[in-house]
Design a protein. Structure first.
Length: 133
């Protein structure tokens, strides 16, 4: 089965790489259709994009680094931590790897842009993508 999760991440000065707040040395491509992977506890995410924006977005003015709200698609088998929280209202889970399904710049999010919630995805989509570390 496929699941969706959301995360907010900073974009580096080049605009080409995400920099996770917990691991500033890690660089992940700012691109849909690629697999993101993170070591140890994986990619921390939540099932509610509003929740991650409220609690994990730090952009308050033009001088702050750019951020994106990322919509990930992942398989249950890749959940490392928080699997028991999947049925919770606000789960925080760690995922070994996930497909960057969509992303919205935080400024656009703050102007009202949202993700489409009506797509149908097949599990074979993730297996056919090349992993990016």
């Amino acid at each position: 089965n496929n699941y969706y999760g959301y995360k907010v991440m900073f974009v580096d000065d080049s605009g080409k790489h995400f920099t996770p707040g917990a691991n500033k040395k890690l660089r992940l491509p700012v691109k849909t259709g690629v697999i993101h992977k993170m070591p140890t506890y994986g990619i921390f995410m939540n099932n509610d994009p509003e929740y991650v924006v409220t609690y994990y977005s730090y952009k308050e003015d033009e001088d702050d680094p750019d951020e994106y709200v990322i919509k990930y698609k992942f398989n249950l088998d890749d959940v490392i931590t928080g699997r028991e929280q999947l049925a919770d209202r606000e789960p925080e889970i760690g995922v070994r790897k996930a497909l960057v399904y969509d992303m919205i710049p935080i400024d656009d999010w703050n102007d009202g842009k949202r993700f489409s919630m009506d797509e149908q995805i097949h599990s074979s989509d993730m297996d056919s993508r090349q992993a990016v570390q």
